[in-house]
Design a protein around this ligand. Structure first.
Ligand code: FES
Length: 96
């Protein structure tokens, strides 16, 4: 009952149980994906979800605010520190 998270830049793939944040997974994986505030305010952790958005939590108000601040309009853009895996048996592919 896991979902596979693939971090394309780092050639990493991790199987995780739903409920984890992408930040927790990234930090445990050895990925070089950077973080700043870890609270959805700085935009440092923005990533592109190449597939598997349906396995992630809904976009938060903080994400909407930061994406406006960054002039980021891609529907694939998310903040790693804000989104959680919410469903098992999927594959999420992201890059930064
Ligand atoms: S680390 Fe600052 S928004 Fe995610």
């Amino acid at each position: 009952m896991t979902t596979r998270v693939e971090i394309i830049n780092d050639f990493l793939a991790i199987n995780v149980i739903p409920g984890k944040t992408i930040q927790e997974i990234v930090e445990a994986s050895g990925s070089a994906l950077p973080f700043g505030c870890r609270d959805g305010e700085c935009g440092t952790c923005v990533v592109s979800i190449e597939s598997g958005m349906e396995f992630l939590s809904d976009v938060t108000d903080k994400e909407v605010t930061v994406m406006k601040m960054l002039n980021e309009t891609s529907p694939k853009a998310r903040l790693s520190c804000q989104m959680k895996i919410v469903k098992p048996n999927g594959v999420i592919r992201l890059k930064y």
